[in-house]
Structures are given as C-alpha cells and as structure tokens.
Design a protein around this ligand. Structure first.
Ligand SMILES: [Zn+2]
Length: 226
C-alpha cells in the first residue's frame, strides 16, 4: 500500500494502475474485479477498516465488494442511484442499456450483489476529511470524494488517468459509449474542474499531481468539440 496524500493510500493491485483500489482513513474505496478479492483482503491485513464505499456500480469496481464486506463484516456505501444495481450485481445491464447482451456480461464480469447499508448524497462525510461529490453520467449514481483542505479528489471514472484506447498514462475524458449519459458525465467533469484539484486519484491510471491546469485545458478542448 502506498500513501499518495495524508491518509490516502493506493493498494498494489495488478496490473499496476490499470484499475485502482484506495483506502481513505479507514474506508476502502472500490474493490476491483471479482478476481481481486484475495489481493485486497491480504493488503488490508492488520488495518482497521470500518466501511467500503463504491464510486460506482461497474464490475471493475464492485467485483470483490461482496467478498470484502463479508470478510471484514463491514457495511457497503454507494451513490443512491447506483444502489439497486449494486444490490443486484447487475450494473452493466442497468447502466449501459445500449450494450448488447448486458445481462450476459453481468453474469460473466460482475461480482455478486450485496446489500447497501448507506446511500450517499452531496456533502456527506466519508472519512479522513473527504466529502461526497455527486458526479453522475458515467453511471446514474456515480460519486467522487473531495477533500478541500489539500484539494485531493478521488475521482472514480468521471475522468480517466489513462488513454482508454492505448492504456498509456494521461488525463482523458471517458469514452461516450461507456457512459450511461455522456453529456451528464461531461457536466460532472466540468464541475470537478471548477474545484481546481491539486491531486486526482483515478479509477484507472496513476495519480496526477498539479492537476488543475491540465484539467482546465482538457475541458476547454472538450467544450470546443460540443
Ligand atoms: Zn472503471
């Protein structure tokens, strides 16, 4: 586990930074695919963990949620609009209605459903000084976590830290076809940009320091396109 900012850790999940699992304070943020349960449980050994929170319901984030919650006996928290999909373990069919064979993909890729004990709304406290920022669009109930004191953002997939086509590190918008509502996701990204984050911790890609000016440039480019 590596500390990125005070009380913000990224777990060593392979392949490195292709997808990320974080700990903020004593709360686990996201849980990789169904094949990451053992790595996550081993990484958290000896640490006090009091809850598990999801940025959104997709199977590369909720894959091991049920296993981890059961193992540590901790509650699961999600954005309100993603809670039904998380409880059913059926995120792809629910959040990407245009995806062919969504239910089949869910059966192959999604982790099992798990009860959600707390639904999150804007400004709710999470842990270590982070509050909830509702950032819908990638999924209907997508949330990010924001700490004003040192301007650290746990972004989830509202933005990407890798090029989704090449896999190389860099700040990018998400692909339209992977979002429930691409326009709404863009509006969420703009809202995040207005906060001028210093550090962005993405769902995919290495953390980005000195993020605000780069994000401003990306948003300007995207504004010209729309
Ligand atoms: Zn993702």
């Amino acid at each position: 586990m590596r500390e990125i900012a005070p009380d913000v850790y990224v777990l060593q999940v392979l392949p490195a930074h292709l997808l990320n699992v974080y700990v903020i304070g004593d709360v686990l943020v996201d849980a990789g695919t169904p094949w990451h349960a053992r790595t996550i449980i081993d990484s958290l050994r000896g640490r006090a963990v009091s809850a598990h929170v999801l940025t959104h319901c997709h199977p590369d984030h909720q894959g091991s949620s049920a296993a981890v919650c059961r193992h540590f006996g901790i509650p699961l928290w999600t954005g309100a609009a993603d809670a039904p999909a998380v409880e059913q373990g059926a995120a792809l069919a629910a959040s990407l209605p245009r995806l062919p064979l969504g239910r089949l993909w869910d059966r192959v890729l999604s982790g099992p459903g798990h009860p959600v004990q707390r639904v999150l709304r804007n400004c709710d406290d999470v842990a270590a000084g982070f509050v909830v920022l509702e950032t819908p669009g990638h999924t209907p109930g997508h949330v990010s976590f924001w700490r004003e004191s040192d301007r650290v953002l746990i972004a989830g997939d509202v933005l990407l830290g890798i090029n989704p086509r090449t896999g190389r590190a860099g700040l990018h918008e998400h692909l339209d076809f992977a979002c429930t509502d691409p326009r709404r996701n863009r509006a969420s990204a703009e809202r995040v940009a207005e906060l001028e984050p210093e550090v962005i911790c993405f769902g995919h890609g290495p953390p980005l320091g000195g993020a605000a000016p780069r994000l401003r440039t990306l948003m300007k480019k995207s504004g010209r396109r729309t």
